[in-house]
Design a protein around this ligand. Structure first.
Ligand code: NAD
Length: 480
């Protein structure tokens, strides 16, 4: 039974990140000064601004935190939620530094947030608020294509990013690279194909890569591939919805539980992710979804028996109050910081394997990197090569068919093969290939450390180890 959290002392989110950092950094033998330089958050800007709404002036509080500028621009999403606070934004900014380093996206770490429940406002009101928030950040270069590039996070999407890009461009009319001031924009506002689903797609690619190594899978009590694995997902938002959808449709996983704000639904035979997503859109929650059992205490379903648990909503949901009851042998942290440092210890002792947030949800920043490069190069990926590639492939096929005719053979290439082979890669195919490659390489770098070093107990420590080592390398190269 889950105990009330108030009775148990947990470190804050930022303290949790620091605890994990401190554990990993001990293994690296860095000079104490450099350790401290990497750990601390360089700066956090707090802004309070007023917007006239519904006949009165409402004051909002927002943050933009820069954790590390060892590479610029710094990168990190902007979150809209009532719980946003300085501690959370700084923890998320630190995670961004390590995440970018791990997946070799050439950015420092940053994060922003606005204390607001976006569901309480009309679209035009949100636009006013977002533009005003962006104005405050742009005028201090806390949004800038060369210095600080936000992206969507909880409570924000392409819509807010398009407003921010437009606001920046209005304030910097001669900046030819203005669109690169923010990523995660809609395609028609300078975005890139595949960004909306990138974080969820990255979660899928991370799991596929994990299941390519039977010895890693054996560290859980699981065996075989992804097909048929029973999955519980918390949060059917951008990340959770796409991860669950792809795992169900493309990897034949069975989604047995979905946890949302208003409770959870369970069906051991499998829930149709698309149908649940549509139901939430129409009804505002999962309650009443036909053919599933409803639990008002949604968090209790985190403790259900399943093969893979995907927390994809918010931080701290697996903590000292429920960690001992978690049954999933494999947890993939699609959200940032869903497992507290105390819970991490308990789960490790129980033998659960955790694929850490810094790696698991890095698909978003990876494709954001591609979008930023696209904006700076002012051309869609694949535009120059696609037809040329098709023409070359077509030559090969024609030649093979001519040869076969000349030799009097009766064989021919299948139509499906021809169709697939002939097709040149467009932007979406290139983005998926780059994302897959990134997720595979980053996993390989983590597992190498995990398996080779006896003092690295789990994937999280391995991820921190690889990431901090690279950040330290950049600082050293700068002469620090
Ligand atoms: P989102 O706002 O699109 O979705 C969040 C979902 O969680 C919503 O469906 C919401 O109803 C649900 N939720 C909120 N509180 C809940 C609760 N108490 N219990 C169950 N469900 C709850 O946000 P998102 O962009 O999908 O982000 C989710 C997590 O992933 C965050 O931790 C975020 O930092 C992280 N993340 C997001 C991205 C991205 O590209 N969007 C990238 C990396 C990491």
């Amino acid at each position: 039974m889950t105990q009330p959290q108030t009775q148990i002392k947990e470190p804050s989110f930022r303290e949790s990140v620091d605890i994990m950092f401190n554990r990993a950094v001990k293994l690296l033998d860095l000079p104490a000064g450099l350790e401290e330089k990497i750990r601390v958050c360089n700066s956090t800007y707090t802004v309070r601004f007023g917007v006239r709404l519904r006949g009165e002036i409402k004051t909002f509080t927002g943050y933009r935190s820069v954790h590390s500028e060892h590479m610029e621009p710094v990168k990190g999403g902007i979150r809209y939620a009532t719980g946003v606070n300085q501690d959370e934004v700084e923890a998320l900014a630190a995670l961004m530094t390590y995440k970018c380093s791990l997946v070799e996206a050439p950015f420092g770490g940053s994060k922003g947030g606005l204390c607001i429940d976006p569901r309480e406002y009309e679209e035009h009101e949100l636009e006013l608020i977002t533009r005003r928030f962006a104005y405050e950040l742009v005028k201090r270069d806390l949004i800038n294509p060369a210095q600080n590039v936000p992206a969507p996070d909880m409570g924000t999407s392409g819509r807010e990013m398009a407003w921010i890009a437009d606001q920046y461009q209005r304030m910097n009319t001669t900046d030819i690279n203005g669109k690169a001031c923010v990523t995660g924009k809609p395609l028609n506002a300078g975005g890139i194909a595949g960004r909306v689903e990138a974080t969820g797609r990255g979660v899928q690619y991370a799991l596929r890569e994990f299941f390519r190594y039977p010895e890693d899978v054996a560290m859980t009590s699981l065996s075989g591939g992804l097909a048929g694995k029973r999955v519980v997902v918390q949060g059917l938002g951008n990340v959770g919805y796409h991860a669950a959808k792809f795992l169900q449709e493309e990897d034949n996983c069975v989604i047995t539980g979905i946890i949302e704000r208003d409770g959870a639904i369970v069906n051991e035979a499998g829930l149709d992710v698309e149908a649940v997503f549509a139901w939430i859109g129409e009804n505002g929650g999962v309650k009443g979804f036909p053919g599933a059992e409803y639990f008002e205490n949604g968090a209790s379903v985190l403790e259900n028996d399943c093969d893979i648990l995907v927390p994809a909503a918010l931080e701290g949901v697996i903590n000292l109050s429920n960690a001992a009851n978690i049954k999933a042998p494999l947890i993939i942290e699609a959200a940032n910081g869903p497992v507290t440092s105390g819970a991490d210890d308990i789960l490790r002792e129980k033998g659960a394997v955790i694929i850490p947030d810094m790696y698991a949800n890095a698909g978003g920043v990876t494709v954001s990197y591609f979008e930023w490069v696209k904006n700076l190069s002012h051309i869609r990926f694949g535009r120059m090569q696609r037809r040329q590639e098709e023409a070359r492939n077509s030559l090969v096929i024609e030649q093979l068919e001519e040869l076969s005719n000349a030799m009097g053979d009766t064989w021919s290439l299948g139509d499906t093969f021809k169709e697939k082979y002939l097709q040149g890669a467009g932007e979406l195919e290139l983005v998926r290939s780059g994302l897959d490659d990134t997720m595979r390489s980053a996993y390989q770098s983590m597992r190498k450390v995990w398996h080779e070093r006896s003092d690295v107990p789990d994937l999280r420590m391995a991820a921190y180890y690889v990431a901090i080592d690279k950040v330290a390398e950049s600082y050293r190269a700068k002469g620090l």
